[in-house]
Design a protein around this ligand. Structure first.
Ligand SMILES: [Zn+2]
Length: 84
């Protein structure tokens, strides 16, 4: 695996989405390539920051009520004839 391929997969790896032989090749490259290791560490720091800053917050009650009401009204409407 070359640096370019590793860099294109860094965020997938950091997010635990690689697997199989691709992940094995990725790990082998990063262990031997200090440049890609630095890129990986930067990607992991960025993901950690995003996870810390982007926690889920509950929707405000009035918004939740509007969405639930809207969804209920849509689900009661008859389906349009797609062939018509
Ligand atoms: Zn590399």
């Amino acid at each position: 695996m070359h640096c370019r391929r590793v860099r294109s997969a860094i965020f997938l790896f950091a997010d635990g989405q690689l697997g199989g032989t691709v992940e094995i090749a990725f790990r082998a490259h990063v262990e031997a390539c200090p440049h890609c290791l630095r890129e990986l560490e930067a990607a992991e720091r960025l993901l950690a920051l995003l996870r810390a800053r982007c926690r889920r917050a509950p929707a405000p009650a009035h918004l939740r009520t509007r969405v639930v009401t809207l969804l209920a009204s849509v689900s009661r409407q008859p389906l349009e004839d797609e062939n018509g």
